[in-house]
Design a protein around this ligand. Structure first.
Ligand code: PAF
Length: 285
């Protein structure tokens, strides 16, 4: 039977019991409004670990003042049913006051320098500090052996891996491939913001990134020009590009000639939604 727990003390009690029984713990942190992308994380956790904890917490610390914290879709009953059907053992559903008892203003932060300030971090100041802080806190509460994050949020995954390394955290972080709709659109809770017409246009982001990836595979190395051409293409398709970037998949820095593992990252505005996506490219030269 799946247990739904909202207080930290009860979570720690269960965790302690599992520890004594020698169980390996998997953790899938979420902000709820679960889709197939999240469910794939849970399935992966189920395969790799004995006991699976998922959390549902819409983290105010990672939203900017003009962002969609209030509008962020909250679908607790649906989420709990989905998690139960996948055999999750515990769902942790804390309140903001439990997580930030001294208030957001006084909160101690975890900040991963460098990587947090570029690409999405440049468009969303403070976002990755909010993510690193909540993920660190949740790791402290759940104390998992393995944690699972979607590759759709590629930069988030790299920030979390860097935090785990820098703070010597004793767990393995798994990146899980993006789950897409039939037309290529990456699954995301924010797809709910799209109108019917916008939903038709939205897969253009994936197609555009794929076109950049194909051009690189065919030998194009004039990256600035390639990016400009594809931003133009996005605009013609009806999206407002925030960025398209071609980076080293390891460091997220601009790639050197030696880099053979690249990632093409894109973000674009469409109506009320800001869509993000990425594609990894392996060069065989
Ligand atoms: O990817 C998300 O849903 C969130 O950023 C996370 C990792 C649950 C932290 O709030």
């Amino acid at each position: 039977m799946m247990q739904v727990i909202s207080d930290i003390a009860s979570l720690r009690d269960i965790r302690r019991r599992w520890q004594l029984e020698g169980k390996v713990i998997g953790f899938v942190p979420t902000m709820g409004n679960l889709h197939h992308g999240h469910l794939r994380l849970v399935k992966q956790a189920r395969e790799v670990t004995d006991m699976v904890v998922a959390s549902i917490f819409v983290n105010p610390l990672q939203f900017g003042p003009d962002e969609d914290l209030a509008a962020y879709p909250r679908t607790m009953a649906h989420d709990l049913a989905a998690l139960e059907s996948l055999g999750v053992d515990v769902v942790f559903t804390p309140q903001v006051e439990d997580i930030y008892p001294r208030g957001l203003e006084q909160q101690t932060f975890v900040e991963v320098p460098g990587i947090s300030y570029m690409i999405c971090g440049a468009s969303r100041p403070g976002h990755f500090r909010g993510v690193a802080t909540i993920v660190c806190k949740l790791f402290n509460m759940v104390q998992p052996n393995h944690a699972f994050f979607g590759e759709k949020d590629f930069q988030q995954l790299q920030v979390i891996k860097a935090m785990v390394t820098d703070l010597s955290m004793n767990l393995k972080v798994h990146g899980v491939p993006t789950v897409r709709e039939g037309d290529g659109l990456a699954m995301s809770s924010r797809n709910n913001y799209l109108t019917t017409d916008e939903r038709e246009i939205a897969p253009a982001l994936y197609r555009t990134l794929q076109s950049v990836a194909d051009a690189i595979q065919l030998g194009r190395r004039d990256f600035s020009r390639l990016i400009q051409e594809h931003k133009q293409q996005l605009m013609e398709e009806g999206l407002k590009p925030d960025y398209i970037e071609i980076r080293s998949a390891q460091s997220l820095l601009h790639p050197s000639h030696e880099d053979t593992h690249l990632v093409i990252l894109g973000a674009a505005f469409l109506g009320r939604a800001r869509l993000i996506d990425n594609i990894q490219v392996e060069l065989h030269e």
